[in-house]
Design a protein around this ligand. Structure first.
Ligand code: ADE
Length: 257
């Protein structure tokens, strides 16, 4: 999978992507990431890429032409390998739909994704209309630029690409995959700061461990993310019939924490 990031700060992006798990995935050739400096496509001698906003208002706007030329250079490169390619262009903006694990999963099956990172007061609307396929935000707050959001999305998407994570880092059972938050986990030592690891986890009884973990996931989700809990209950009525709850409680009653 190939990520292309159109940005005014390519070093910032590559410094982050060139570390840890993403770096390992790039070394293995599973993913590639390329940050392209929009300023390299400025057509004036001062390499200026911003200008005043028509109609007035504070702040500068990124101009259409350098972004459009930068995009076309990337598209040309992608189409050298795949002449039919029609890559997604994601403009990272607080005005987009909010990013989620579901969106990350959807994006993880693309071959090429282009991110457009804005700065200043925004980008000339005409180039957005021309090239952008998806408007995505990482949450309801405003950052100084699109680089951090693009990196957040790339990290979340890349780890779902087969081969990026090792078995022991597996993306299989974790928060959001089934709509619940993950259960609490413990490692050695058995007692730390007078706190004991729940004894069910030392019991070797796999069914009990599974029921206990499921219960903890339910409780944690209900407490921390009540809206996710409600959705889960609605979508999994089979888990909340009187019979199933009774069976679960019978096992939980036997478990000594
Ligand atoms: N650019 C600035 N703030 C942002 C946000 N919350 N999400 C995506 N892009 C942004």
């Amino acid at each position: 999978m190939n990520f292309y990031i159109m940005t005014l700060f390519p070093e910032m992006v590559m410094d982050v992507l060139n570390t840890s798990i993403l770096k390992r995935a790039m070394d293995k050739g599973i993913i590639t990431a390329k940050a392209i400096n929009i300023r390299d496509y400025a057509s004036n001698k001062h390499n200026k890429v911003d200008d005043y906003t028509y109609g007035g208002g504070a702040g500068m706007l990124m101009q259409a032409q350098p972004i459009y030329d930068c995009y076309n250079a990337i598209l040309k490169e992608i189409r050298e390998n795949d002449p039919e390619a029609n890559p997604r262009v994601i403009y990272v903006t607080p005005q987009g739909s909010v990013f989620s694990q579901e969106k990350a999963r959807e994006l993880s099956s693309d071959n090429d994704i282009i991110f457009l990172c804005g700065h200043y007061e925004g980008i000339d609307e005409r180039v957005l209309e021309e090239i952008v396929t998806d408007y995505i935000s990482i949450g309801d707050y405003v950052l100084t630029g699109g680089e951090l959001p693009a990196m957040v999305m790339i990290d979340a998407v890349a780890r779902l690409v087969p081969g990026v994570l090792n078995n022991d880092e597996s993306a299989e059972t974790e928060s959001f995959d089934d709509g619940l938050l993950e259960y609490p986990q413990y490692s050695r030592p058995e007692i730390w700061n007078d706190k004991k690891v729940p004894s069910v986890l030392l019991s070797g009884n796999h069914q009990n461990v599974e029921v206990w973990r499921f219960q903890k996931s339910l409780e944690r989700t209900k407490e921390r993310r009540p809206e996710l809990y409600e959705k889960y209950v609605e979508e999994h009525p089979d888990q909340f019939t009187a019979k199933v709850i009774k069976k679960r409680n019978k096992i939980l009653d036997k478990i000594d924490e």
